[in-house]
Design a protein. Structure first.
Length: 309
């Protein structure tokens, strides 16, 4: 048996043991209820049915670390890691289609509570900008809205990115720059709210584990988390253009290992525009002041998390 076949066989055996082998593309019956319909709204929350815990996450808000932690707690970390090195592939292609996920919709969802992980809207806007320019995921929409098709080579400025956002419907657009507020939050109690811009994610998740009666995770030993794709991280650039806010960054710039810090982008003009764009999130979650950021002693895992945000 080849190594590839051995890996596939191991994943199949584990998926059968955890109830992931029976997939269906149909919407589960429970998704037609009011709460079920809201849970079916993208980005679809993660459901730990046994603990009656729903994890609500947003792209560009430490979501990769959160997803890895959730699969670890659900007992699916090995199956997910064997399936793909990038955990979101397993989430979208396997977990959401699995019987274990869909059966959760048949539970009395009114008895569940939320674990909500968010990020300061200003920091997140900067991270979204780099992500968009790095991967070109909004090139077509930008060509239509901004009338430009040369973002990869001629570059895109943060100011121009905000021009683009101001003409988007931030309730339905790409989730990487959509508002964070999820409709399920208006209907179920939030038991824990974690702002990764002002709190140590892993220290807070340890508190969540204790509260829900989950096994306590040693994050420094969570190998998958420590080995996140290096291309997902960056270090703060030491040499900056005169006006970072209006400077056009090329795709190569966005893909490089260094990138200006948040403060360089967040001029008073930028902050005013972002405050208008993401007023829903600011009213719901507040703003993380600079004094509150990174106040915990960093672990090896938390250092990697902050560079990967």
């Amino acid at each position: 048996m080849t190594a590839a076949n051995t890996l596939l066989s191991g994943w199949q055996a584990l998926s059968q043991a955890t109830g992931l082998d029976r997939l269906t593309g149909d919407r589960p019956p429970g998704a037609t209820s009011e709460l079920g319909r809201l849970l079916w709204t993208d980005p679809r929350p993660l459901i730990h049915a046994r603990k009656r815990m729903i994890v609500v996450f947003s792209p560009k808000s430490a979501c990769t670390s959160v997803v890895i932690w959730f699969f670890h707690q659900l007992g699916h970390a090995k199956a997910a890691r064997d399936y793909a090195s990038w955990p979101h592939r397993y989430r979208t292609e396997v977990y959401y289609e699995s019987r274990v996920y869909r059966l959760a919709f048949e539970r009395d969802l009114s008895k569940f509570s939320l674990l909500r992980i968010i990020r300061d809207p200003f920091e997140r806007a900067v991270s979204s900008f780099r992500h968009v320019q790095k991967g070109g995921l909004a090139d077509k929409a930008m060509a239509r809205i901004l009338g430009r098709r040369d973002m990869a080579t001629a570059g895109l400025s943060f100011s121009e990115f905000l021009d683009f956002l101001e003409r988007c419907d931030l309730k339905t657009c790409d989730p990487h720059f959509r508002i964070q507020r999820h409709p399920i939050e208006d209907h179920l109690p939030t038991r824990h709210l974690i702002n990764v811009s002002s709190e140590n994610l892993f220290s807070r998740l340890a508190q969540v584990e204790a509260d829900y009666g989950l096994p306590i995770t040693d994050f420094d030993k969570l190998e998958w988390l420590r080995k996140l794709n290096p291309g997902h991280t960056h270090v703060e650039a030491t040499s900056l253009p005169p006006d970072v806010y209006t400077h056009r960054f090329t795709r190569d710039d966005a893909r490089s290992g260094s990138w200006p810090g948040y403060a360089a982008f967040l001029t008073p003009a930028a902050r005013e525009r972002i405050a208008r764009l993401y007023v829903t999130d600011i009213e719901a979650y507040g703003i993380a002041s600079a004094e509150r950021r990174s106040h915990d002693s960093p672990t090896a895992a938390s250092l990697q998390l902050r560079s990967a945000l």
